[in-house]
Write a protein that binds this ligand. Structure first.
Ligand SMILES: [Zn+2]
Length: 230
């Protein structure tokens, strides 16, 4: 089994330590060079010749996870993790700690996953990216194709997730700037400013949590700004 710990330059020390302790065979790979580097890494290992386990930079590989995956015959397995304030449900089809057996890779090729013209937000297709997938669309593309081919994820438990999300208030500010931009009453520059404010943490102090807050909807031309502000 190929075990990859992938990071974009800032692996969480607890997560890197857990990966090395619980998976001595782990390969640590920086996939942060370009917005397509993560997909290039995955597709390189998605050949149907070996099973593939992805552990992302802010996920703590649970004790016993390797044995649990090795002993499970299911083709698509994961540990679920939470994203408080962004998603109100556990993420089990994302790539935080997910194992794809060879048979899943053979059933759905990397070329098929990358060659599709699926878009997450109708009306906001990404032009000229067939064959490449931006880092934050990969999980959705893979899960969509696997499910279309009859696969269902098998959840082994929960993993700790250390990603710091801005609170809902920050999301609202970002969302408002995006809505204004989409309604042609705002500019990409304003979206950039909102994202930079969100990234600065300045807005996070002492803000109440919005009880019905939703994750910002991000149009495709805003994604590169988010990558820049990370
Ligand atoms: Zn399983």
């Amino acid at each position: 089994m190929n075990v990859l710990f992938v990071h974009a330059g800032h692996p969480h020390p607890k997560c890197l330590k857990a990966a090395k302790a619980n998976a001595p065979m782990v390969k640590v790979i920086n996939t942060g060079e370009t917005i397509f580097s993560y997909w290039e890494t995955i597709s390189f290992h998605w050949q149907g010749t070996d099973d593939l386990l992805l552990i992302e930079q802010d996920i703590e590989l649970p004790d016993g996870a390797i044995e649990s995956f090795e002993n499970c015959p299911e083709p698509w397995c994961s540990y679920r993790y939470s994203a408080p304030g962004v998603f109100d449900w556990g993420l089990s089809e994302s790539l935080g700690c997910t194992r794809f057996r060879k048979e899943a890779q053979l059933a759905v090729s990397a070329a098929e996953i990358a060659g599709s013209t699926l878009t997450l937000w109708p009306g906001h297709a990404v032009p000229s990216t067939v064959g490449k997938i931006i880092w934050n669309r990969i999980d959705w593309r893979i899960s969509t194709h696997l499910k279309a081919n009859g696969f269902r994820v098998h959840v082994h438990g929960d993993a700790r997730h250390y990603h710091p999300y801005p609170d809902i208030h920050v999301n609202e500010i970002v969302q408002n700037s995006i809505d204004a931009y989409l309604g042609k009453q705002g500019s990409l520059e304003a979206v950039r400013d909102a994202l930079e404010l969100a990234a600065s943490g300045e807005l996070n102090a002492n803000r109440p949590t919005h009880p019905t807050g939703e994750r910002p909807r991000l149009p495709d031309d805003v994604i590169p700004l988010i990558v820049e502000s990370r």
